[in-house]
Each structure stands twice: as C-alpha cells, then as structure tokens.
Design a protein around this ligand. Structure first.
Ligand code: S3P
Length: 173
C-alpha cells in the first residue's frame, strides 16, 4: 500500500486500537492526532478543552494535520471531529487512503461512554450526541473506504481494511 492510511470515524469507532494493529502489520509508524496535540500543549485532551476551549483544540487539530501532510507513509488515527470541516476530507484524501470505521450510533455511544473521559460527551445528552453524530456522517461518508465495525473485533476490522487495501491496489484505485 502506498501513501498514508488515515482512519476517521466517530468517538468509539476503534480508530486508535485498529490503527495500532494496522501499523504493526504494515510496518508503519502509528500517529494519533490527539497525541500530537496533547504532547505539544503539555496537557491531556480534557484539560485542553477545559482550559482553552474547543475552538483552540480545533486550531491545534488543523496545525497537527499540516505537520502530518508533510510526512507520508504513516497510519494516522484522527480525532472524531477532525474530518468534520468543509474541505477537510479533500485534504485527507489527498494525503492517502481514508478509511471510515463506522457502526450504528447506539454501538458507538456505548463504546465511547466506556472508553475514558471524552469532553465532547461531557454535559451533552444522548440526543445531543446523536445529533452531533448525524451532522458528522456526511463528512465521514467521503472516505475512500468504509468498514462496518458493528460485529467485529479490532483484529477483524484491521483484516478487512488490509483486504480492501489489497483489492484497491490490485485494481489500481
Ligand atoms: C473528539 C474526539 C476525540 C478527541 C476530542 C474531540 C470529537 O477523539 O479528538 O475529544 O470531537 O469527536 P476520539 O474520536 O478518538 O474519541
């Protein structure tokens, strides 16, 4: 597979876990945009949201993306909101192959609630989070590939992605 592999999807999609597996299998570096931001700011993502606000975090995402665009070949797990700006998917698609890890909202919500502190869930009702998800779907939907993760473990998701990448490489897309 040539180029960068970029995983997108809502919170709870499994981008970090699957990304790590893929990087290992492909012999690539694994990068998380949240980790880049956290390292640069010297603070956790919840702390950045609490101290500097969401707008600041979104600017930091933009900056992280700019740095990643300079360097090809990694496996990148993006934060759930990173692709959700006008033109952002075009930028990501120009960097490499974009894969959407999808599932139904209920599954994503349950997983996201289980998986640690997430500022975008704090203080939002389930209905509000679902509305956020619906508003983001059109962006995720612009990925090159979509894998439905609903009934799959991370290894199976990774295997599906690798298979899809091989197929794309074979047919030259
Ligand atoms: C966010 C998702 C988080 C993180 C930040 C904002 C979002 O990443 O980037 O809390 O807007 O959906 P995960 O998708 O890895 O949870």
């Amino acid at each position: 597979m040539a180029g960068t592999l970029i995983l997108v999807g809502f919170m709870g999609a499994g981008k970090s876990t699957v990304g790590r597996i893929l990087a290992r299998r492909l012999g690539r570096c694994f990068v998380e945009t949240d980790d880049m931001i956290s390292a640069k700011e010297g603070a956790s993502i919840p702390d950045i949201f609490a101290r500097k606000g969401e707008a600041h975090f979104r600017e930091a995402e933009e900056e992280a993306l700019g740095l990643l665009a300079l360097k090809g070949g990694d496996v990148i797990a993006t934060g759930g909101g990173l692709p959700c700006r006008e033109g952002r998917l075009d930028t990501l698609r120009a960097m490499g192959t974009v894969v959407w890890l999808s599932a139904d909202f209920d599954t994503l919500y349950e997983r996201a609630l289980r998986g640690g502190e997430r500022p975008m869930l704090a203080g939002r009702s389930r209905e509000e989070v679902e509305a956020l998800y619906r508003s983001r779907e059109p962006y995720y939907g612009q990925a090159h590939l979509m894998v439905d993760t609903r009934h799959l473990g991370p290894d199976q998701v990774a295997a599906r992605i690798l298979h899809a990448l091989e197929t794309r490489a074979r047919i030259g897309r």
